[in-house]
Design a protein around this ligand. Structure first.
Ligand code: URP
Ligand code: ZN
Length: 464
């Protein structure tokens, strides 16, 4: 299909220009001003006057069909992928989480089955959840398969987390091959101690969730991770940075010459820990790890975003229904951790970042797609509106005002942490590799499935 997008303002991470975009065969054929004779006949013309034309969003941190809470998360790859498209995101990176002693590659095969019919393009970070005699070889094979980033958990030691000595082994391999290690930074022992203490004292409500995972628990893990990475010369990317202190630690170590990248999520600069008090049904929706922080952290996360200390805004999308959350009605440690967001990410950052004057349009593109593309080895095909790139494009109306609600969102959940949040701006057309997926808030019934993206090694020269 050939599509001509006319008269819009095309925004890339480094420049904006009034230009037309011609899409052919899934790729961007031309950007600029060109005559009809220079391009094939379009099957479809989109008038983007007064609209912004962004690269399709890349959310590098989602959990679809994750086993948890007596079953799976509420969104699978189909419902989560559709919700992503409604919000302007055309590519996601999820995870492979092998169980202990399971081959990484066997777990990858299962994940390919889970992601059948996913409507957005996708990839996985591989999680080395244990270390065995074949692990080094399997890491190399992952890289050969186009999986160039890995994720370790410093929390959850009793299930998927790994200890420092194994983190060192993982880092050695990744550093040798030029991959990237991403990390969930929280000190597990301290969390477990605090949880045990609160439960034994009968402190079982959601307000004890953030108190059992205070900011220092994250900051100490960040410091420790960066120390180990320094010894192994391994680039690291810290997922869901929630604490202002972590941003400062990243800054100090970056100045010392280490490659330390950071991701945050809208919940850490727009929500705060007051959400945990009161009624269980409301408060439990906000139980996620790391937890929401006291309000004073929000400005420090924004500073990290503005000063390029945090490179990406992801979501950590991990949705549950209220019934699932109620598993922890008598014990906050049993509330499944996580919340939905893949549909809301771009609108939230546009409203509270661009519209409020905190970030520019170009920074918005860097944070929602281009930086993730470079960092995760998709830099030659995604996150940019330029000839030869994948035609992942969002035509964005900057004007409409609306309110987020679980009654109208496309996440497969009856709750949202963003209930009543005002948003300004909305995707009018979401195009994934040249295919019109969303038009005026309606999904095309005939959409094809997304593609597994074999990724290159990370391109980190902007941050080294
Ligand atoms: O609470 C969260 N974030 N759940 C998803 C799993 C994780 O820790 O990233
Ligand atoms: Zn996560």
């Amino acid at each position: 299909m050939n599509i001509l997008i006319e008269n819009g303002k095309v925004v890339n991470s480094d420049k904006s220009e009034f230009a037309d975009v011609f899409i052919s065969d899934g790729k961007i054929l031309k950007v600029g001003k060109f005559s009809e004779t220079e391009v094939p006949v379009p099957d479809r013309k989109i008038n983007a006057k007064d609209m912004l034309v962004f690269p399709g969003g890349i959310d590098p941190h989602v959990h679809f069909k994750l086993p948890a809470g007596n079953g799976f998360t509420a969104d699978d790859f189909v419902t989560g992928g559709k919700a992503a498209l409604f919000g302007g995101t055309t590519t996601v990176i999820d995870f492979v989480t092998p169980s202990r002693n399971q081959s990484y590659l066997e777990a990858l095969e299962q994940r390919f089955k889970d992601s059948d019919n996913c409507p957005v393009d996708f990839s996985f970070h591989m999680s080395p959840t244990w270390w065995g005699k074949d692990s080094a070889k399997e890491i190399k094979e992952c890289l050969n398969e186009g999986i160039s980033s890995f994720k370790i958990y410093m929390a959850y030691l009793s299930s998927i987390g790994i200890v420092d000595s194994d983190i060192e082994k993982v880092m050695s391999q990744i550093a040798d091959y030029g991959g990237l290690l991403t990390a969930h930074c929280e000190v597990d022992e301290r969390i477990e101690q605090l949880r045990r203490k609160f439960i034994s004292e009968g402190k079982v409500s959601p307000e004890y969730h953030p108190l059992s995972r205070p900011p220092q628990v994250e900051e100490d893990a960040v410091r420790n991770l960066i120390r180990i990475a320094g010894g192994k010369n391994c680039p690291v990317y810290i997922v869901h940075v929630s604490s202002g202190g972590s941003v400062e630690i990243i800054n100090q170590d970056r100045k010392r010459g280490q490659i330390v990248l950071g991701e945050t999520c809208p919940q850490y600069f727009l929500l705060d820990d007051s959400a945990y008090s009161g009624n269980f049904n409301k408060a439990s929706a906000f139980v996620m790890s790391p937890p929401l922080r006291p309000k004073l952290h929000q400005e420090r996360i924004w500073d990290g975003i503005k000063n390029n200390l945090l490179q990406t805004v992801a979501t950590d999308h991990c949705s549950f229904t209220l019934a699932q959350k109620r598993l922890g009605i008598n014990d906050f440690t049993k509330i499944p951790n996580g919340a939905a967001g893949v549909e809301n990410r771009m609108q939230l950052l546009y409203t509270y970042g661009v519209n409020s004057g905190k970030i520019t349009l170009n920074e918005f593109v860097a944070l929602t797609s281009r930086n993730a593309a470079l960092i995760f080895g998709l830099g030659s095909s995604k996150g940019r509106i330029e000839q030869g790139f994948d035609a992942d494009i969002v035509v964005w109306n900057p004007k409409p005002e609306s309110v987020i609600s679980a009654n109208t969102h496309h996440h497969n959940s009856d709750i949202t942490t963003w209930e009543d949040f005002k948003i300004i701006g909305a995707p009018v057309y979401t195009i994934r590799r040249g295919e019109l997926m969303i038009e005026n808030n309606k999904i095309n019934p005939a959409i094809s499935t997304g593609k597994f993206m074999k990724r290159d090694l990370p391109a980190l020269s902007n941050w080294s």
